[in-house]
Design a protein around this ligand. Structure first.
Ligand SMILES: Cc1cc2nc3c(=O)[nH]c(=O)nc-3n(C[C@H](O)[C@H](O)[C@H](O)COP(=O)(O)OP(=O)(O)OC[C@H]3O[C@@H](n4cnc5c(N)ncnc54)[C@H](O)[C@@H]3O)c2cc1C
Length: 455
C-alpha cells in the first residue's frame, strides 16, 4: 500500500512526485507511466526508412518520462493570462507563486543559464494596441528543447532512487477500495492511499472513461484550430529578441472571433505531432546556436467551443485534422500568396519560394480543409500582424495545416483539485484545467502540498 500513487510522468506527475519526496522523505510514492523512461523515448520516423507515423502502441513523442513536453520547446510561461485556468481553483497569487517555484526547480536542475523574458513595460503593448492587436502579459523561461531534456534527465536522476517508477505500465482501471484506491495496470494491481491522476492529452479518452465509471462529473471544453506560420526570422526578430514568445490576440472584423498567436519558435523548426493517430503540426526551437534555423514559426489559432446540441469540440477539431490527413497524407503546406490567389501550392511553387520549409509537408490547398470562418479570421490576422511585423503577409510566407490544440474535458474538481472521492486528485492537462508546462507543473506541486497537509 503506497501512500501516494501517481498516474502519468508528464510535468504534472513529475512535479507532484518531486514535491512529495522533497518535503517528506519517509512517504512511499509510486509512478505509473504508459511510456518509456526518458532515454528510451525514440520516435521511429527517421525520414529515410520510416517516413511517416507507424502508430506505435505508445507514442514516444507524447508519452514517457517528461510527458508531452519532453521534446517541446520548453517554454515555461509564468502567467495567469493563458496556459490554463488553474488560478480559478487556487487563486491568482498562489498560481503565480507556484509557477515561480517550478521555475526555481528548473533553473536549479540544468536551466540556470537560460533566459527569462518578460512583456512587463514592453513598448510593443502600445504598438499592438494601435493596430487592433492585444499583447498578453507573461514572463517566459525559454529552456529550449535541448536544455528542457537536460532538466528532465536531472530530475529523473534525483527521483529514481526514491520513487518506484513503473514504465510501460498503463493503468487500466481505478477501483475504490477501503482506505484508498486499487490501480489495475498491465502488470497486475497496486494499492495506494491517495492517487494523483496526471495523464495529459494522450490520456484524454482514458480519463473520460474513468470519470464515466466512477461517476465523476465532466463538461466539454474548447478546441483551437488553425495553421502554423513560417517566415524568415528577421521579420519577427524585433519582437522575439525582446519577448521571445509574444501572445497576441486579434478580434476579427468579419465574425468578431478571437485569433491568437501561439507557441512562437524563433529560429526554430516546424514538426509533425501525432494525437491518437491524427497527424497535426507543431513547432520547436533549440537553445544550441548550431541547431538554429533562419526561420521563425508560430501558430494562429481560433477557439471553438460547442455545447448544445453538439458538444464534442474535440471531435470537430479531429474531423478537420483528418480531412487534411486525407488530402495531404499528413500535414499540408501552402504559400500565403497561393492561398490568397485561390490556388493550391505545388512542389515547384514551394521550391521557388524564398522561405525554405523546415518540415517536409505536402503542398496543397488549406481552403479545402479549414472552414471559411476560421480561414477568414487567420487571413485577417496575418494582415493585422503585417502592420507590426511587415513582411508577415508576404506571398512566400508558409502556412502549415492543420494545427489543432485539443483540450481535455473539464473534470469537476474542488479547490484542492480533488474529485468527489477523497484522496483522488486530477491535475495537469488531463483535468482540462491546465494546457501548459508551467500550469501543469504548478498543479502538481499544489496537490502534493495538499496531500502532505493530510498525511
Ligand atoms: C510538441 C509539443 C510542444 C509543446 N510545447 C510547449 C511549450 O513550449 N510550452 C508549454 O507550456 N507547453 C507546451 N506543450 C504542452 C505541454 O507539453 C503540456 O501542456 C504538458 O506536457 C502537460 O503536462 P501533463 O503532465 O499534464 O501531461 P503530459 O505531459 O501529457 O503527461 C501525461 C503522461 O501520462 C501518461 N499516461 C497517459 N495515460 C496513462 C495511463 N492510463 N497510465 C499511465 N500513464 C498514462 C502519458 O504517457 C504521459 O507521459 C507542448 C506540447 C507538445 C506536444
Amino acid at each position: 500500500m503506497y501512500d501516494v500513487a501517481i498516474i502519468g510522468a508528464g510535468p504534472g506527475g513529475i512535479f507532484s512526485a518531486y514535491q512529495l519526496k522533497n518535503k517528506r522523505d519517509d512517504i512511499q510514492v509510486a509512478v505509473f507511466e504508459s511510456g518509456n523512461e526518458l532515454k528510451k523515448r525514440k520516435c521511429p520516423i527517421d525520414g529515410k526508412k520510416i517516413k511517416s507515423c507507424i502508430k506505435c502502441n505508445t507514442c514516444a513523442i507524447m508519452s514517457g518520462f517528461g510527458g508531452a513536453g519532453a521534446f517541446s520547446d520548453g517554454k515555461y510561461n509564468i502567467t495567469n493570462d493563458f496556459g490554463g485556468t488553474l488560478h480559478e481553483y487556487i487563486g491568482k497569487e498562489k498560481a503565480l507563486e507556484l509557477m515561480e517555484y517550478v521555475d526555481k526547480i528548473n533553473t536549479s536542475h540544468g536551466g540556470e543559464n537560460t533566459k527569462l523574458y518578460s512583456t512587463a513595460g514592453s513598448e510593443f503593448k502600445k504598438i499592438c494596441m494601435q493596430n487592433k492587436l492585444k499583447l498578453l502579459n507573461a514572463s517566459v523561461r525559454h529552456l529550449g528543447t535541448d536544455i528542457n531534456y537536460v532538466v528532465l534527465e536531472n530530475l529523473y536522476k534525483e527521483l529514481a532512487d526514491k520513487i518506484d517508477f513503473h514504465f510501460n505500465t498503463p493503468v487500466k482501471k481505478i477501483e475504490i477500495i477501503k482506505n484508498g484506491y486499487r490501480l489495475h495496470h498491465s502488470k497486475g494491481y497496486t494499492d495506494c492511499k491517495k492517487c494523483i491522476v496526471s495523464v495529459g492529452r494522450s490520456g484524454s479518452k482514458w480519463i473520460e472513461k474513468i470519470c464515466e465509471e466512477l461517476k465523476i462529473p465532466t463538461k466539454s471544453n474548447r478546441v483551437d484550430i488553425g495553421v502554423r506560420v513560417e517566415l524568415p526570422a528577421v521579420i519577427f526578430s524585433h519582437l522575439t529578441d525582446k519577448l521571445y514568445e509574444s501572445k497576441i490576440v486579434y478580434r476579427t472584423e468579419k465574425f468578431e472571433d478571437n485569433v491568437r498567436t501561439f507557441c512562437m519558435n524563433p529560429n526554430g523548426i516546424v514538426v509533425n505531432e501525432n494525437t491518437n493517430g491524427i497527424v497535426t503540426v507543431n513547432g520547436h526551437s533549440f537553445e544550441d546556436p548550431n541547431k538554429k534555423t533562419e526561420n521563425t514559426n508560430f501558430a494562429l489559432l481560433v477557439s471553438k467551443h460547442f455545447s448544445e446540441p453538439f458538444e464534442d469540440s474535440n471531435g470537430y477539431g479531429e474531423s478537420i485534422a483528418m480531412l487534411s490527413n486525407m488530402l495531404g497524407g499528413g500535414v499540408i503546406v501552402q504559400r500565403f500568396g497561393d492561398l490568397e490567389r485561390g490556388r493550391r501550392s505545388n512542389k515547384n511553387r514551394i521550391e521557388e519560394s524564398t522561405v525554405r520549409p523546415t518540415l517536409a509537408a505536402t503542398p496543397g490547398d488549406l481552403s479545402l480543409v479549414l472552414p471559411k470562418r476560421i480561414l477568414d479570421g487567420i487571413i485577417e490576422m496575418i494582415y493585422a500582424l503585417d502592420k507590426i511585423a511587415p513582411g508577415t503577409a508576404n506571398d512566400d510566407t508558409l502556412l502549415y495545416g492543420v494545427e489543432v490544440k485539443f483540450y481535455n474535458m473539464e473534470v469537476s474538481l474542488d479547490n484542492n483539485l480533488e474529485t468527489n472521492y477523497k484522496g483522488l486528485y486530477v491535475i495537469g492537462d488531463g483535468s482540462g484545467v491546465t494546457h501548459s508546462l508551467s500550469h501543469a507543473s504548478a498543479s502538481g506541486v499544489y496537490v502534493a502540498d495538499k496531500i502532505l497537509e493530510t498525511i
